[in-house]
Design a protein around this ligand. Structure first.
Ligand code: ZN
Length: 204
């Protein structure tokens, strides 16, 4: 059976690292999913998000203000999601189906506030500049298995993750992995996303 995974990137879009990530994806002919922060979407950065969509990537919702949403009221929570949904709809005409909670902070109530599917993922602490390119690469590669969602960051200064990607992607391809969007991964595995689940592997 073919092994399939989803690469995901949080905290964009921007005009520095997002385009470099897209260059690497394009070089290897693969797609990924970008979880956008509404506050980071402006006239310039939206061009990076638009380019992602043009390359076959998908853009999803990572809140508007990148706050801990587990402490928000229903109204505050919905306002956050709606604001970023609208910005993403303006870019690509599609309403996000997936949500990554900032800091992976979740409460039981949050699942009742939205029909979006909650996504976590397996990461490499790549928000921490002290984690080297080699450490990022090794941590991701050792976590690879069929159905996994990989969590990385295309934050505006995160050039180390761009370098790590140049090692991770060819190695994963050589191990026989196919890269899909998060939505594509659920579809390929014939999994219907469930409410109340925080997915890091669609098969788990
Ligand atoms: Zn984030």
């Amino acid at each position: 059976m073919i092994k399939q995974i989803a690469l995901t990137f949080d905290d964009g879009p921007n005009t520095t690292v997002t385009p470099l990530v897209l260059d690497v994806l394009k070089q290897y002919g693969i797609v990924a999913t970008f979880f956008l922060v509404g506050d980071n979407i402006n006239e310039q950065s939206s061009l990076s998000a638009r380019r992602a969509v043009e390359q076959g990537c998908m853009i999803e919702n990572h809140s508007a203000t990148h706050s801990d949403m587990s402490k928000m009221s229903r109204e505050e929570f919905i306002a956050e999601l709606n604001r970023t949904d609208k910005l993403i709809e303006d870019i690509c005409g599609r309403t996000p189906k997936f949500f990554r909670p900032p800091y992976i902070a979740v409460s039981a109530e949050m699942y009742d506030y939205t029909d979006k599917t909650f996504i976590c993922g397996l990461g490499a602490d790549d928000w921490d500049d002290a984690v080297s390119v080699s450490q990022r690469t090794d941590r991701i590669l050792e976590q690879l298995s069929d159905g996994v969602i990989i969590l990385l960051h295309d934050s505006k200064d995160n050039f180390k993750t761009v370098e790590a990607l140049k090692r991770i992607i060819p190695e994963a391809l050589s191990r026989g992995y196919e890269f899909l969007t998060v939505e594509g991964l659920f579809a390929a595995k014939n999994i219907t996303p469930q409410k109340g689940v925080l997915y890091s592997n669609v098969l788990a």
